[in-house]
Design a protein around this ligand. Structure first.
Ligand code: ATP
Ligand code: MG
Length: 293
C-alpha cells in the first residue's frame, strides 16, 4: 500500500475549497475486511517506527511535535491515542485533555491554558480536545461565550474569523519555533455515533463512558458539522495540516493516524547528535578508566 497516497487523501493543507461532504466517515481507502490483517500489521509497524523516531526526537532535542485531536463524542479519540502511542516511551509524551474551562481559566485569554501544555523540544504532546473548542462548542452555545467575560466591545460578528486568525498565528509561531503541529478531525457518521452510544448503554462495562450531555450535543449535529467545516477551511495550513480521518472503522482511524504521526516525524529528518572529536576523546578516556578499575 502506498502510504503517501493514503495520507494525501486525508490531509488538508489548503482549506479554501474544503467540503466535509466530500469525505466519507466510512471510507477505508478501498481496504476491505480481507485486508484487515494487513492493515493491523501496518499499524503495528507504524507503532514500532514511531517508537524509533521518538527516541531520536528526544536525543536530538531540537524539534517538538504537537498532535491535536478533535471529534464528536464517541469518535474514538481516547482509543486512537491509546493505540497509536502504545509503543512510545512514556517519558517523552504528555497528554492534555481540555474540558469546560475552570473559573480561573475563564479569567484569562482562551489560549492561556493550552500554552503551558505545548510540548517542549524533544517531546510529543497530545491535545485531547484543544483551543479549537473555542470555534466549535463555544460557537454553538452563546452562553459559553458569555461566560468568558470578554469586554462587550470586542464581541462582534467577526469574533470567529478573529479566532481563526489568532489560532493560525499561534500555530505559525509554534512551527517557526520548531514545534510542529498536526491536527486530526476524527470524522464519524451520525449513524455510527448512535450505534456506539447504544453500545455504551447496553454494555455495563461501558456505561461509565456514557453521558446524557452527549445525547444533548448530538441534537446539534448539523451545526457541529458546519462549524467543523468552517474551522478546517480557515485553519488548514501546510505547516499545520488537518487530517480528516474516517472514523466509522476504528482499525482504519488508527492506521491513518499512526502513519500521519510517523510522516510528521520523518519530515523532520531526525538524526542522533554527532559526537565531536573532543567528546570522542573524552569517551575513549572514560572507557580506559572503566577498564583499568
Ligand atoms: P469522553 O470520550 O470521555 O467523553 P470528552 O473529551 O468528551 O471525552 P468530556 O469530559 O465528556 O470529555 O467532555 C469535555 C467537554 O468539555 C466537551 O463537551 C467539550 O465540548 C467541552 N469543552 C472543552 N473545551 C471547552 C471550552 N473551551 N468551552 C466550553 N466547553 C469546552
Ligand atoms: Mg464526552
Amino acid at each position: 500500500m502506498k502510504i503517501d497516497k493514503l495520507l494525501k487523501r486525508y490531509r488538508i493543507e489548503h482549506g479554501k475549497h474544503f467540503r466535509l461532504k466530500d469525505h466519507d466517515p466510512a471510507d477505508t481507502h478501498g481496504l476491505g475486511s480481507e485486508t484487515k490483517p494487513q492493515a493491523k500489521e501496518l499499524l503495528a509497524n507504524g507503532v514500532k517506527e514511531l517508537s524509533r523516531l521518538q527516541d531520536i526526537l528526544a536525543a536530538q532535542d531540537r524539534w517538538g511535535l504537537l498532535l491535536i485531536f478533535q471529534a464528536m463524542d464517541a469518535a474514538g479519540k481516547d482509543g486512537t491515542i491509546k493505540h497509536v502511542m502504545s509503543g512510545v516511551n512514556p517519558q517523552g509524551v504528555q497528554v492534555s485533555s481540555f474540558k469546560a474551562p475552570s473559573a480561573e481559566e475563564l479569567g484569562h485569554g482562551y489560549l492561556w491554558r493550552c500554552m503551558e501544555c505545548v510540548p517542549g523540544r524533544g517531546r510529543i504532546g497530545i491535545f485531547n480536545r484543544s483551543y479549537y473548542e473555542e470555534v466549535l462548542v463555544v460557537r454553538l452555545h452563546p452562553l459559553l461565550l458569555e461566560s468568558q467575560k470578554l469586554p462587550r466591545a470586542l464581541v462582534t460578528k467577526h469574533i470567529w474569523q478573529e479566532r481563526f486568525e489568532d489560532i493560525n498565528n499561534f500555530e505559525h509561531y509554534l512551527a517557526r519555533n520548531g514545534i510542529a503541529v498536526v491536527k486530526f478531525f476524527l470524522h464519524l457518521s451520525k449513524h455510527e455515533q448512535k450505534r456506539r452510544f447504544l453500545a455504551r448503554l447496553d454494555t455495563p462495562a461501558k456505561n461509565w463512558k456514557f453521558s446524557v450531555f452527549d445525547v444533548k450535543e448530538r441534537q446539534f449535529w448539523n451545526e457541529y458539522q458546519e462549524a467543523y467545516e468552517d474551522m478546517i477551511r480557515h485553519t488548514a495550513r501546510e505547516h499545520a495540516p488537518w487530517y480528516v480521518v474516517p472514523a466509522d472503522n476504528k482499525w482504519f482511524t488508527r492506521l491513518v493516524v499512526s502513519q500521519a504521526v510517523v510522516d510528521a516525524l520523518k519530515g523532520m529528518n531526525l538524526t542522533y547528535p554527532k559526537v565531536t572529536g573532543a567528546e570522542q576523546a573524552a569517551l575513549t578516556q572514560a572507557r580506559q578508566q572503566l577498564e583499568n578499575e
